[in-house]
Write a protein that binds this ligand. Structure first.
Ligand code: AR6
Length: 172
């Protein structure tokens, strides 16, 4: 699988599936989640509400992922996942890696060939950027999906993109 680091807005990505850094309510929020619901329109929230009423009555657990339509976005699907809130006292990195692995698995099950990820947990949830990139790239570099041939990590600003590029060089 090819891995790209791009600077940009996740909602503008022309890929089969984009990943949402959601919260367990699936009912929207700020950051990536707010942008996806704003630009994607009400069809996404309608499917999220239906998921809450059926499979996820108590919310989507941290580290898990579920797909909906992408509404008006260029992508075909949104894969919603819930990152862990950063903790200095507890190692929650396995849950963050689960977000990438489970989102990729869901995209693969849908038959997607390209997927774009935001830097999950690195905004409102407070995860240090360098380590967030390290966790993301560790999972993506080891993945061997069946249908997904391109994974894009979308960094919102130039500084985060530069940091991600450095982390990638160190990991290679
Ligand atoms: N495109 C790409 N990246 C973005 C965009 C965008 N449009 N907007 C922000 N980022 P965050 P989290 C970057 O806060 O930390 C919501 O309220 C941002 O700079 O979106 O997982 C949810 O409902 C950061 O690097 O997600 C949850 O309650 C990264 O994307 C909570 O926030 C992730 O920032 C989830 O927090």
């Amino acid at each position: 699988m090819e891995i790209e680091l791009v600077q940009g807005d996740i909602t503008a990505q022309r890929v089969d599936a984009i990943v949402n850094a959601a919260n367990s309510s699936l009912l929207g929020g700020g950051g990536v989640d707010g942008a996806i619901h704003r630009r994607g329109g009400p069809a996404i929230l309608a499917e999220c509400r239906a998921l809450r009423a059926s499979r996820y009555g108590r919310g989507l657990p941290t580290g898990q992922a579920v797909a909906t339509t992408a509404g008006n976005l260029p992508a075909s699907w949104v894969v919603h996942t819930v990152g862990p809130v950063w903790s200095a006292s507890e190692d929650r990195a396995p849950l963050l890696r689960d977000c990438y692995a489970n989102s990729l698995r869901i995209a693969d099950e849908l038959g997607a060939s390209s997927v774009a990820f935001p830097l999950i947990s690195a905004g409102i949830y407070g995860w240090p950027v360098e380590d967030a990139v390290r966790q993301a790239l560790t999972v993506l570099a080891a993945a061997r999906p069946a249908t997904v041939s391109s994974a894009r990590l979308v960094l919102f600003d130039a500084v985060t993109h530069a940091t991600a590029t450095q982390v990638r060089q160190r990991l290679l």
